[in-house]
Structure formats: structure tokens, C-alpha cells
Design a protein around this ligand. Sequence first.
Ligand code: HBI
Ligand code: FE
Length: 299
Amino acid sequence: MSTVEFHDGLNRGVAPVTYGTGDRPPRGDYGRAKSDYTCEQAYAHYTAADHETYRRLYARQVQQLPGLACEEFIRAVQQLGAPDRIPRFDAISERLLKATGWQVVGVPGLIPEEAFFALLAERRFPVTDWIRKPEEFDYVVEPDVFHDLFGHVPLLFDPVFADYMQAYGAGGLKASRLDACELLARLYWYTVEFGLIATPQGLRAYGAGILSSAGELRHSITSPEPERVGFDLKRLMRSRYRIDTYQATYFVIDSFQQLFDATAPDFTPVYREVRDSIAKSGEIEAGVVLAGERRFSVA
Ligand code: HBI
Ligand code: FE
């Protein structure tokens, strides 16, 4: 897990984030962030090129959603507003508050896990307010406004998923005290970022990392390469993941309710069991399938 130093002069320490940021300081001007790491969306700073990048990313992604993205996402994506310019976070928050009590808040980029969990627990979703450069059109190492807005925000309009995200944040604050952030980060990675859901029409993507990726959306649903296994919380927490390639393993849920129910119990015994099974049988590499576990094949 890489750590990211925050060089913002406020000496806020390091954030063990699970993205592939290497040890470079994060992009973004943290000096303008408040003590909870939130900042106003620097709307006036966006250039015409920034809006054009957003318009092109949105247009490319939205046309490939049918048959690949889950219906809940497709239904909610127009809540982001006009597709031709970077949306104002306040305008989305107005609609989102009415739907599920969530708000979109600006952040300069990746923030320490503790701060991240605290925002989720308050139903405030942190959205990075800078956008990738045109030359980063196909891939940007750190999450930018397109990944955070297009990938994460539409499902916050779904009441059950919205409740799961808040429960995850509350669980994260507890995990920090139990030094279990890395185990919990795997739950975020394999559900919120790269989760698949089984539907009567077949597998669909609900993870933001998939939904905001031009290539991985189709790959995750149609490629015979990756393994797709049934969601199992403890097995998932033993599973390592790669941050710089398409996923070699996807976990498949049957419903958002299943996700929410999985976060209901206190995780303390879960962490203990996961740590014991890691001590006994080690971690599970991405791409490995265990004997007897439920596998999904793509016809
Ligand atoms: N910070 N802004 C931001 N956005 C994230 O998605 C994010 C983060 N910090 C930590 C983090 N995600 C992950 O480590 C989660 O698993 C907690
Ligand atoms: Fe994300």
C-alpha cells in the first residue's frame, strides 16, 4: 500500500492510500483545504480545455453503458446535469440531498483514510475538483473529477447503495481504531470501485473504477480472462488486488441489499477471523479461484 505525504504546510501527516500514487505527493493544492480536507470547487479555474475533456470523457462513456452498466446507474447518470461541461457540485448536491441525504463536497485530491471515512459517515462524498489533462485522456493515475463524479456519484442516488456507503464510512472510522484499514480498503476496492452485480439480464458493473473506464467496462463484463466469483466478505478481505491493470478477479453481488447487510454486523470478529485465515493459509492473489467457490462465466 503506498503512502502519500501531504505537503500542505499544515503537517497533516501521511495518508496510506490504496491507489497507485507511488510516493509522489498527490496532485492538487491542499493548501486551500479546510481541516476536514474539503475545499470549494475551484469552478473559475476550469479552462475551456477542461470542460472539453469532461465532455469527451462523458460522451465516450455514456454511449457504452447499455448492457454493461447496472440499471440503477444508467437511470441516475443524468442527475449529473449537462454533459458538455464540468458540473457544479452544489447543483448536484441540491438534487442528491433530496434523494438520499448525500452531498458532493470538493477535495483537492486523495485524502487520508480517516478523513475520507469521516466524510462518508456524514453522507458527504469527496470529489476531486481537478480534471486530467488531454494527454491523460485514457488513463490518469489518481482519481480526478471525472472518475469521482461520473463513477461514484450516480449510485449515491440509489437509497440502498447510499446507505451502504454511509455504513462503510462509519465502519472505516472503527477500522482505523482496530488498525484494519487495509482489510476494509479491500472491501471498498472490490465493491465500490470494481464490483459487479448479477441481474436477470446477466452481469452488470456497479463499481466506479469500471464505470469510469473506457476499456474496463466492456472487459469486466465480456472478457473470458478475469475470474468472477460470488461476493464473500471474509474471502474478499483476504484477497490482494492490483492497482495498475484491469482486475484479475471481480466479486459479484446479487443485490445492493446484500452489500448493505454485509456491513451490518460489527467487523471486529470478522477482522480477527480474516487475520487468522491469512496467518494459516495466506492471502489470495488476484486471479486465483478457491475450490468450491461460486464462479460466474461469461457465455
Ligand atoms: N481520498 N479523495 C479520496 N477519494 C478516495 O476515493 C479515497 C481517498 N482516500 C483513501 C481512499 N479512497 C481509499 O484508501 C479507501 O479505500 C479508503
Ligand atoms: Fe474511486
